[in-house]
Design a protein around this ligand. Sequence first.
Ligand code: ATP
Ligand code: MG
Ligand code: MG
Ligand code: MG
Length: 469
Amino acid sequence: MSGVNEIRSTFLDYFKSAGHEVVASSPLVPRNDPTLMFANSGMVQFKNVFTGQEKRPYARATTAQKCVRAGGKHNDLDNVGYTARHHTFFEMLGNFSFGDYFKEQAITHAWTLITREFGLPKDKLTVTVYSEDDEAHALWKKIAGLPDSRIIRIPTSDNFWRMGDTGPCGPCSEIFYDHGDHIPGGPPGSPDEDGDRFIEIWNLVFMQYEEAAGGIRTDLPRPSIDTGMGLERIAAVLQGTHDNYAIDLFAALINAIAELTSVASDGPMKASHRVIADHLRCSAFLIADGVLPSNEGRGYVLRRIMRRGMRHAQLLGAKEPLLYKLVPVLTREMGRAYPELLRAESLISETLKLEETRFRTTLARGLTLLDDAARDLVSGQSLKGDVAFTLYDTYGFPLDLTQDALRARGVSVDTEGFDAAMQQQKAKARAAWAGTGEAATEKLWFPLRDRVGATEFLGYDTETAEGVV
Ligand code: ATP
Ligand code: MG
Ligand code: MG
Ligand code: MG
């Protein structure tokens, strides 16, 4: 059985021997790109290389990229704990060609790596292509010898990638592993494709066109390749499980949580173990890359993730801060590949401990309030927005924490009511200031109050680089 660390090396070594430069992961906070909240795919650090604005001394590269998808366009936060394949933080393995090789070689590399190096049986693999991409369809047939029934044409934007509103774009092709009919879910393109039976392991993007304003497409003179494979997903396949949370790395974290809380990780509290393990890992990597919990922007995403993890620790009955105790397990599993974790180990532990110590008191009181307010609600009903707002404003519950707390019971939150309560409070605060003649103070104070009090920082929503679709 190959561990996560070995699988990462096998991937990078394979592409290195195929002439690719092994490039380190970029930090999670993208440099020079204020529009993107976190690196969310391998191509982010190469964006300007693909557009030709930046030259590198190599035309082929391979990376294991740290990614976070917990805000903005790609937000997998709500999937964590509920699907077997999504994390907030994950590693994306990729190979890139900057105007060098194209479709045929990209497909050949992908097929060779998964069937020869990783030894996956051909009959478990299904691929998708963009419906109009006859070339990719023919190449899969030729290279992999797959029958037509397992080269599925997908007409939607899921299989057409764009860097932004204009710029490089092109069809893509996704490789799925069939974990077997004992797992619910259908093949890609079918109505129940969101199940965990057919899991997408690798996405190949064929950057083939340049799109100008008005949707006019021209062929790129030197097309490029961008691919992304989820390390945790391929590890699950290679370790004989359909469940990302059962791989060696997560098993170590989840076992530690079970030991520290004395709550079994395979019983009814399974989702809490997963959420804690995932959120702890994401928080640690964000802190190591310089993000600290705060009330806006990236820091608020971190705070939301930490606090959600902390509520699940509370659900497991933890009597004292728990998350920081898992840091040594994480550094043992991932510190060799990511030395920044070791360098920041004490900062990570202290930040987690302080936040959890502070939040635990209001968390307990807020949960009592929430229990009282939601006691009589049944599936399909929603919690009043002003209660969610009090939880937010007085008890420090991010909105999604409240939503997460009610989700298992099928109860939602009246988010319009929540927003209205927020606006009302802002208006009240303004009225209280009116007539004091302190116009200058008001100008300074309100923008600050609005920013600090904002539930979600919206400034990053217009992401320009989207990464792999
Ligand atoms: P899905 O459809 O399963 O959400 P995706 O199409 O959004 O995946 P891509 O943007 O194509 O994912 O990213 C490339 C690869 O990264 C995917 O094929 C998958 O293996 C992996 N990946 C994507 N999102 C996650 C996540 N939240 N957690 C773990 N791995 C992920
Ligand atoms: Mg996705
Ligand atoms: Mg997909
Ligand atoms: Mg994809």
